[in-house]
Design a protein around this ligand. Structure first.
Ligand SMILES: [Zn+2]
Length: 217
């Protein structure tokens, strides 16, 4: 571990280790291909711990994490954070209750993001697993998972996410996540466990919808 980064993340080893274990599970499922994807956990009101750009997500160590402020600037290290850091910090800035943001590039997420890009959303209804999302008490609910156009312009993408939040009831999306076309999924929760539950539920529901399409249902 380089000395500067060691100092920056010291005190956050436990959070780093919890994230490493969760990310290892996601990598083992093939949801982080070719060093893609990024993950973060909130440290406090003004800081988050986030994976550095690149690297095999199945073999992370605490040295692969950076401390960033809520503008996405790296603190205490010369290393670069992912260009997508802004999409994590905008969620922490806006929602004090969010404690973890997970971004993956699974096959299902990528295929669905292309298939439903034109309609701008994937409708999810009639699934018992909708109960995995807070505030949804029954399978009779029908909710939209938004699909945003992809761009390398992160401030523009962040502005599109902000517009989604503003248009949502109570500023909260009914599903704690969104797809980006041809790219992947962002999902979040109060802590790592809740964010994992949300991510797994969204991935499962997307897989069901894709199978129904394949079967012509
Ligand atoms: Zn990505």
């Amino acid at each position: 571990m380089n000395a500067a980064n060691a100092t920056a993340i010291s005190g956050h080893q436990q959070l780093a280790n919890q994230l490493i274990e969760a990310i290892r599970q996601l990598a083992a499922r093939g949801w982080t291909p070719a060093t893609s994807s990024n993950f973060s956990g909130r440290i406090d009101a003004g800081h988050a711990l986030i994976t550095a750009s690149g690297g095999d997500k199945g073999r992370l160590t605490p040295d692969d994490f950076l401390v960033v402020d809520m503008d996405g600037q790296v603190i205490g290290s010369q290393r670069r954070s992912s260009a997508e850091t802004l999409l994590h910090t905008q969620l922490y800035r806006r929602f004090p209750e969010i404690g973890c943001v997970l971004h993956t590039h699974s096959h299902n997420q990528t295929v669905a993001s292309r298939l439903y890009a034109r309609s701008g959303a994937l409708m999810l209804g009639g699934y018992e697993l909708l109960k995995a999302f807070s505030g949804h008490a029954t399978h009779e609910d029908s909710v939209e998972l938004p699909v945003l156009p992809n761009t390398q312009d992160m401030p523009l993408l962040a502005a599109r996410v902000e517009a989604l939040m503003v248009s949502a009831e109570d500023d909260h999306l009914p599903v704690p996540g969104y797809l980006i076309e041809g790219h992947g999924l962002y999902a979040w929760g109060r802590d790592i466990d809740e964010a994992m539950r949300h991510l797994e539920a969204i991935e499962f529901l997307i897989g069901c919808e894709l199978d129904l399409r394949r079967l012509g249902a």
